[in-house]
Design a binder for this molecule. Structure first.
Ligand SMILES: [Zn+2]
Ligand SMILES: [Zn+2]
Length: 259
């Protein structure tokens, strides 16, 4: 599809019909693409290039290194991941509201920002796959938030979303609660490609809600490459950060205090 045509379609599809801000509920005097008031739009914690972003996993790292410590030390199967937001403030609240308070419309909102990120970063993918949940977990929640985000992004970008190709085969512990080695062990054989013909020779884009260590997307990338995908890219709505607040300022990924 030609870029201008894509852009036109993109703007048309996301032009809002309702006139209240999706976050704070104030009436919108001027309609905008994301259906957010200018105050909410301004207060979202965007990942901008000037804060230092890992060229591999897209995490904000607050220094001039090309890669975060994780990407410097661990082999990555995915080619690149980016996220529009840091997981904090309003973005963290939106993520939690989506997952734990059943506010499914936030999946659509995130999908719009993820589609924007796709265009902004010059991504080019053949198929779009949401990071899957284990069947039981999905039926307990009633939905997979990554699928809601991916569905909206796929619609806006005109890329096919496939939900039956990659599956999660067992329950895993939350990655954040584990140390380095356990994280790796926790995900071994947790994902499988059920229809390898659909990914063979394709550039695959994985969509998830949050990237923390990048291990989940990487494990998915590993099985997709094994099924002969050409490359695996990823977009997530939010990314956790290395930044640690201290009394003097904050520490970057190396623990160096910056004022
Ligand atoms: Zn608002
Ligand atoms: Zn990284």
């Amino acid at each position: 599809m030609h870029f201008n045509e894509l852009k036109e379609r993109f703007l048309k599809t996301i032009f809002p019909e309702d006139i209240i801000c999706l976050i704070c509920g104030t009436e919108l005097k001027v309609q905008n693409r994301f259906r957010l008031c200018s105050e909410c739009l301004d207060s979202l914690p965007y990942i901008t290039d000037d804060i230092g972003v890992c060229l591999r996993c897209g995490k904000p790292i607050y220094d001039e290194a090309h890669y975060c410590l994780e990407c410097q030390n661990v082999k990555r199967y995915f080619l690149r991941v980016n996220s529009p937001f840091i997981y904090k403030g309003i973005a963290a609240k939106l993520t939690d509201d989506l997952k734990f308070y059943n506010k499914r419309y936030i999946g659509g909102l995130f999908g719009e920002f993820v589609a924007t990120e796709y265009l902004r970063r010059g991504y080019n993918a053949d198929i779009l796959l949401p990071v899957p949940m284990f069947k039981k977990n999905k039926s307990d929640r009633g939905f997979n938030q990554s699928e809601l985000i991916a569905g909206r992004a796929a619609e806006l970008l005109g890329i096919e979303m496939l939900t039956d190709v990659l599956v999660k085969t067992r329950e895993t512990k939350h990655q954040m609660s584990l140390g380095g080695f356990e994280r790796h062990k926790n995900l071994i054989d947790a994902f499988a490609v059920t229809l390898p013909d659909k990914v063979k020779g394709k550039t695959v884009l994985l969509i998830d809600d949050v990237i923390t260590t990048g291990a989940t997307i990487d494990e998915c990338a590993k099985v997709l490459l094994k099924a002969k995908a050409v490359a695996v890219l990823g977009l997530t709505a939010c990314s956790t950060e290395y930044k640690l607040q201290t009394e003097k300022g904050f520490k970057n990924q190396y623990g160096i205090i910056k004022e």
